[in-house]
Design a protein around this ligand. Structure first.
Ligand code: SAM
Length: 226
């Protein structure tokens, strides 16, 4: 899978893409991430990409022309499945959306900044708008990275068995069961005996019960989604 991210502060993206699972996915060739500096597509020598909002008001707006230039230059190279704008007023990102996007081949992600991007860029180019939660961040770089991580770890072969995504929270609309590792007794706090029993069927039943119990208690809305 290839993901192209458009940002006016690409430096914000370097570290999360250079470590751990996202690095491994790129090293193994399962994921290609290209970050594009919107300023390289500016319409003047000042590398300007933002301007004052029509009608007045606080905050700058990312201009449509640099975004159009950048998106069009990418689209001449290959066909994209989705052009996604990360925005607080978008559809809430859920595991199901990440699952679906992990099956795509080419995605463009647009990280906004300041007050956001010119509405015409949304109208003309964007095919999907996603929010990572009901709060406002300064830029779309972190949301874009959240999306890349959520998608990247689902690409077949990226996670080893030790971190299988299928048993994580939200798959099957359930929260994950409690987990433990050594020591079996920490200052009198013992690991549930069943986990030490070696009885795999019983252990799975215990995990399923805890998972359902936790979901009922914390996120009954997930169970109601069925
Ligand atoms: N004026 C916008 C609004 O009220 O909806 C907020 C703009 S925000 C300060 C700047 C950029 O950060 C947005 O264009 C978007 O790309 C990104 N952003 C902020 N919060 C976000 C969230 N919860 N989900 C996704 N993107 C977000």
């Amino acid at each position: 899978m290839r993901i192209d991210i458009i940002s006016c502060v690409p430096q914000l993206m370097t570290s999360p893409l250079s470590h751990s699972i996202l690095k491994r996915a790129q090293d193994q060739g399962q994921l290609e991430v290209h970050v594009h500096d919107l300023r390289d597509f500016s319409i003047n020598k000042h590398r300007q990409v933002d301007d004052y909002p029509y009608g007045g008001g606080a905050g700058m707006v990312l201009m449509v022309e640099p975004l159009a230039k950048c998106i069009r230059s990418l689209q001449t190279e290959r066909k994209y499945d989705e052009v996604i704008y990360l925005t607080p007023d978008g559809t809430s990102l859920k595991q199901g959306i990440a699952n679906q996007l992990s099956l795509k081949e080419n995605l463009i992600l647009i990280a906004g900044h300041y007050k956001g991007i010119d509405q015409r860029a949304r109208d003309i180019f964007v095919t999907m708008e996603l929010s990572i939660g009901d709060y406002v961040l300064s830029g779309g770089e972190l949301p874009a990275l959240v999306l890349v991580d959520a998608i990247g770890r689902l690409i077949p072969g990226v996670l080893g068995d030790e971190t299988s995504a299928l048993t994580d929270s939200f798959q099957d609309n359930l929260l994950d069961a409690p987990i433990y590792t050594r020591p079996a007794d920490f200052e009198g706090h013992e690991v549930p005996e069943i986990l030490l029993s070696g009885q795999h069927k019983k252990i799975q039943e215990w995990r399923d019960e805890r998972s359902l119990e936790k979901t009922r208690e914390r996120r009954p809305d997930l169970i109601d989604e069925d």
